[in-house]
Design a protein around this ligand. Structure first.
Ligand code: UD1
Ligand code: UDP
Length: 361
């Protein structure tokens, strides 16, 4: 049996690492990389550090508008699927690569499996929400990381093919955190002390493409007077430059703007941060897994468990709120209720696919 795995963006390389390892115990896997992310620090570094199999196809789609990017991916993925004739296509998360992969497969009558199914922010203004909903509705196998995700699917009438597996990002973190502690020298490279800084990431379109919001967030960082390490996504750097904010950051001196870092350095930066400020889905979860208080620079989150447990607080792009939570937010340790599986989600996914594709035996 042949599986085609479709990836293209940074978090998908991390998610596929543990799953691919399990899949290859049972199946032939063909990896199709759309080329959505292409800079070394957004792409190659993850393949090198995580031992992910090299893509069999690199489609080189690159950046562009949603229609251009998704359309080009759809065309190029279809060509590969026709040639390879896989039995099943596996897609991850909620990016344009996810939707293009799912659409290309379903139209060729190839079974679709979605890892991280059922996530909802209930905000259709987010491109990711549109990608998730559409992908779930054409998927045959829906691997839900949490009970909330299962409920979301049930509420939309999707009951067949839904499996509660746990979260593959937790598998990835468990496997890599010890390696990261041994190998990463990021703290000494940047002159940081454990718990002596905050860590920030910002890359959501709603924050970067909106000048007022990005300005407000950066002003809050600067006014906090905390040491803030800020590995900036290329999208964010582009807008910081366009809005003339780079100079302000440099003048302030307390915000350390650096290029995106590899996964091992990122885990070490997260674990040793006093707090994390982010609009990333994956980083919110990793903050929770590592029990680091998280301040989410959005109004809504699909990872509601982290908020319910008191380890994550939603502040949007409100300067006063951001400054207040940077000072005051302290989760109470006893509220932590682990809800993301047992670190064996990847094994479970491979086993379900094996069972289902062999007629249930
Ligand atoms: C995409 C996903 C988002 C995910 C994020 C992970 C969609 C709609 N969005 O957002 O859900 O959270 O990936 O990081 O799929 N760029 C570079 N070099 C790169 C990649 C991007 O310079 O290697 C710049 C380009 O200017 C590009 C911009 O970043 O236009 C945005 O990239 P894109 O892939 O469209 O969306 P992301 O913001 O990365
Ligand atoms: N990440 C990384 N280096 C960085 C920023 C993030 O390795 O400089 C990792 C992070 O640890 C997490 C994943 O990338 O595993 C999250 O991806 P991102 O924030 O790009 O997307 P999202 O999760 O919001 O879709």
């Amino acid at each position: 049996m042949k599986i085609a795995t479709i990836v293209g963006a940074r978090p998908q390389f991390i998610k596929m690492a543990p799953v691919s390892k399990e899949l290859r115990k049972h199946f032939e896997e063909v990896v199709i990389h759309t080329g959505q992310h292409y800079d070394y620090e957004m792409n190659r570094i993850f393949f090198e550090q995580l031992g992910i199999p090299e893509p069999d196809y690199y489609l080189g789609v690159g950046s562009g508008s949603h229609g251009y990017q998704t359309g080009e991916m759809l065309k190029r993925i279809e060509e590969v699927l026709i040639k390879e004739q896989p039995d099943i296509v596996l897609v991850y998360g909620d990016t344009n690569s996810t939707l293009a992969g799912a659409l290309a497969a379903v139209k060729l009558h190839i079974k679709v499996a979605h890892v991280e199914a059922g996530l909802r922010s209930f905000d259709k203004g987010m491109p990711e929400e549109v990608n998730r909903v559409l992908t779930d509705h054409v998927s045959d196998y829906l691997f839900a990381p949490t009970e909330t995700a299962v409920k979301n699917l049930h509420n939309e009438g999707i009951k067949e093919g839904v499996y509660l597996t746990g979260d593959v990002m937790y598998d990835a973190l468990l496997h890599n955190i010890k390696i990261a502690r041994k190998r990463s020298s990021i703290l000494s490279r940047l002159g940081l002390k454990p718990k002596g800084y905050l860590l920030a990431t910002v890359h959501r379109a709603e924050n970067t493409d909106n000048m007022e919001r990005l300005k407000t967030i950066i002003k809050a960082f600067i006014e906090s007077d905390e040491m803030i390490v800020f590995p900036a996504h290329p999208r964010t750097r582009k807008y910081l430059e366009a809005y003339g904010l780079i100079g302000e950051v440099e003048k302030a001196g307390n915000v350390l703007l650096i290029p995106p870092v590899g996964y091992l350095d990122m885990l070490v930066l997260e674990e040793n941060a006093r707090k994390i400020l982010t609009d990333s889905g994956g980083v919110q979860k990793e903050a929770y897994f590592l029990k680091v208080p998280c301040v989410t620079l959005r109004e809504k989150t699909e990872w509601v468990e982290t908020v319910e447990d008191g380890w994550n607080v939603l502040v949007g792009a409100d300067k006063e709120k951001i400054l207040r939570v940077i000072k005051e937010f302290e989760p109470k340790g006893d509220t932590y209720m682990y809800k993301f599986g047992d670190g064996k989600a990847s094994r479970r996914i491979a086993e379900i696919i094996r069972r289902e594709m062999s007629g249930g035996v």
